[in-house]
Structure formats: structure tokens, C-alpha cells
Ligand binder design. Structure first.
Ligand code: GLU
Length: 324
């Protein structure tokens, strides 16, 4: 089989992954998502992989990998297996590209820098994404005509056909996304000689036997793109998705520097105990708990608040001083 090496080997059991990007230290928002992911794994007996997504090369910060591992442990989260860094073996991504090229659904494309940047990493909210319309495909591209993946130093885009992708999200509910109308032909391989986030995540989830993806709901639209890739690569079934609301600043924007230092390392350095951090994250999920284990016992996805969480100065004071 053409894509045999990346095909899913029958997983012994349901499997999820904690997939931090080592592009900066984990903040309270990432921590809440990881805590929920880990608790769901505990409740359902899923295997937990730790996968460091280090293919965002220009943005990877030195020391961030060790720090992410360390801070997840400090929170009381664990995993059954740590899988190699994405950058350790590029061959599975190349194989996926060769398969897409043989199907005549990808083409090389030269673009502006800003488009390349937007397409290369997980398009978290706030990062502008431009639609790439089919009219901009190169004249030499014929949909469905087998081609070769013969250059790694240019962007390659997937020719997205019109139509909606439907899936059921375990928290966000029924989804219907028209990828061709929203982002159009998205980048699957970047001029840096690496797969884009969208391709890397599908290849990794498939070969690592991931059946459960839990993450922030800014990636809901990405799930539709990933499902398209699963189907084209023939590595399905796609995982079950659980996209949960984000933690935002008081201004409603996603947590960032402007909201003060919300990194877990900052609170740990100030002497804030992990119990207090878990206490805050748990309250944002509608339960009381002081350890990850307690949280896993108390948490209920069905009653988790459906709104985004707003992180305020009151929360900050409570974390640092223990005051309301
Ligand atoms: N590494 C991605 C991020 O930190 C997560 C991607 C995913 O869970 O699919 O945004």
C-alpha cells in the first residue's frame, strides 16, 4: 500500500496526546486545556502521549521543551509515552506529500512572506488567514493528474474542492465547515522544507494511533482541514474531536502578554503552589479540586461552562496572594 508506513496500526486502546508547541512557556489557558485533556483520559482509560510539536522552527524558543515537560509534571499531569520530536524524522511527512502529489491534489506555489507565516503553524485565533482561491492555482496544475513531489523548498498547497466537511465534536456539537470558502487552498508543505501544522498533525496523529483530540476551540476550523487530509491520505478513521473554549483576557482577546504574565513558570517562581493553580483551573471548569487527580474525579465535560473564561485581576490576586 502506497502510504503503508504512515497508516494507522490498529491501536491497542483509545489514545490521546498532549501536544504543546515549544514556542513559549505554557500559560493558564494552555494549562486548562491540558488538564481537561488529561482528566478525560483518566476517566475513559485513554493512553496519553506527550508530543512536542517542534516544527514551528523559527518560533521555537531554546529551553522551552524542557520547561514544558517540567511544568506539566509540576501540575501533576503525566503521560504513558513520550514520542520523538516531530523534527527527528521527516520521512513520514515526505511520504504523505508524495501520496498527495500522486493523487494530483497538491501544487507548488510561491507566495508572500505573510501568507507563508500564517499557513505554517497552528492558526490560533487572532492570526489572520487569507483565503487562497482556486483562481490562483498555477496554470500548469491539473486537478487529479498524478504529479511528483519534487521540490521541498517551496510552499505546496492542497487544492480544496468546494463542499462542506461535517463532523460531531464531543463538546462543540455538530460542525459543518466549508474549507474551500473559508481558507481555500491551504499550505501543506512550507518553503522551509517542512510540513505545515495541518499536515504534520494528521500524519502524527495517524501514525501514533491517536483516537481522541482535545484542544482549544480556536482549532475547530483546522479540524475540518485535517479531516480532508485524513480522507485523501487514506489513514482514517479521523479521531474524535473535543474542542473546548479558550481562556481570554478581560478585553475578550486570547491570553497574551498584554494581560500580564500568565505563564505557569511565573507563578511557580513567585511561590504559588500548584494546588492553587489547579484550584483556579478547576473553578473555570465548574468544579472544586486542588490536584489533577481530584480534578479528574470531579470533572464532567457535560456540565463544563460553555462560555469562554475571562481571566481578570481578581484571579491574578487570588493566585499570588490567595486573596479574593
Ligand atoms: N501544538 C498545537 C498548539 O499548541 C496544538 C495542535 C493540536 O492540538 O492539534 O496550538
Amino acid at each position: 500500500m502506497a502510504c503503508g508506513e504512515i497508516a494507522r496500526s490498529a491501536p491497542p486502546r483509545a489514545t490521546t496526546r498532549l501536544a504543546p508547541s515549544p514556542t513559549g512557556a505554557l500559560h493558564l489557558g494552555n494549562a486548562r486545556t491540558f488538564l481537561v485533556n488529561w482528566a478525560l483520559a483518566k476517566q475513559h482509560g485513554w493512553r496519553v502521549l506527550l508530543r512536542i510539536e517542534d516544527l514551528d522552527t523559527p518560533r521555537v524558543k531554546p529551553g522551552a521543551i524542557g520547561q514544558a515537560v517540567d511544568i506539566l509534571r509540576w501540575l501533576g499531569l503525566g503521560w504513558d509515552e513520550r514520542v520523538p520530536l516531530q523534527s527527528a524524522d521527516m520521512e513520514p511527512y515526505r511520504m504523505a506529500m508524495r501520496r498527495l502529489a500522486r493523487q494530483g491534489v497538491v501544487y507548488p506555489c510561491t507566495l508572500t512572506r505573510s501568507q507563508i507565516a500564517a499557513a505554517a503553524s497552528a492558526p490560533n485565533e487572532g492570526q489572520h488567514e487569507q483565503r487562497f482561491p482556486p483562481e490562483l492555482r498555477p496554470g500548469s496544475f491539473v486537478f487529479g493528474e498524478p504529479a511528483a513531489f519534487d521540490r521541498e523548498d517551496v510552499n505546496w498547497r492542497l487544492a480544496v474542492e468546494p463542499g462542506t466537511v461535517e463532523f460531531a465534536d464531543a463538546f462543540a456539537g455538530r460542525q459543518s465547515h466549508d474549507v474551500s470558502a473559508s481558507v481555500g487552498d491551504f499550505v501543506v508543505w512550507t518553503a522551509r522544507g517542512q510540513p505545515s501544522y495541518q499536515l504534520a498533525v494528521v500524519v502524527d496523529d495517524a501514525r501514533q494511533g491517536v483516537t481522541e483530540v482535545v484542544r482549544g476551540d480556536d482549532l475547530l476550523g483546522s479540524a475540518a482541514r485535517q479531516i480532508i487530509l485524513y480522507r485523501l491520505l487514506g489513514v482514517g478513521p479521523e479521531p474524535r474531536y473535543t474542542h473546548i473554549p479558550l481562556v481570554r483576557g478581560e478585553d475578550g482577546r486570547r491570553l497574551a502578554k498584554r494581560h500580564g504574565d500568565t505563564r505557569l513558570t511565573h507563578f511557580r517562581a513567585l511561590g504559588v503552589p500548584p494546588e492553587r493553580v489547579i484550584g483556579l483551573l478547576a473553578s473555570w471548569c465548574g468544579v472544586r479540586a486542588e490536584t489533577a487527580e481530584e480534578f479528574a474525579r470531579a470533572f464532567d465535560l457535560r456540565t463544563m461552562p460553555r462560555d469562554d473564561v475571562l481571566y481578570t485581576k481578581v484571579h491574578e490576586r487570588w493566585l499570588i496572594d490567595g486573596e479574593q
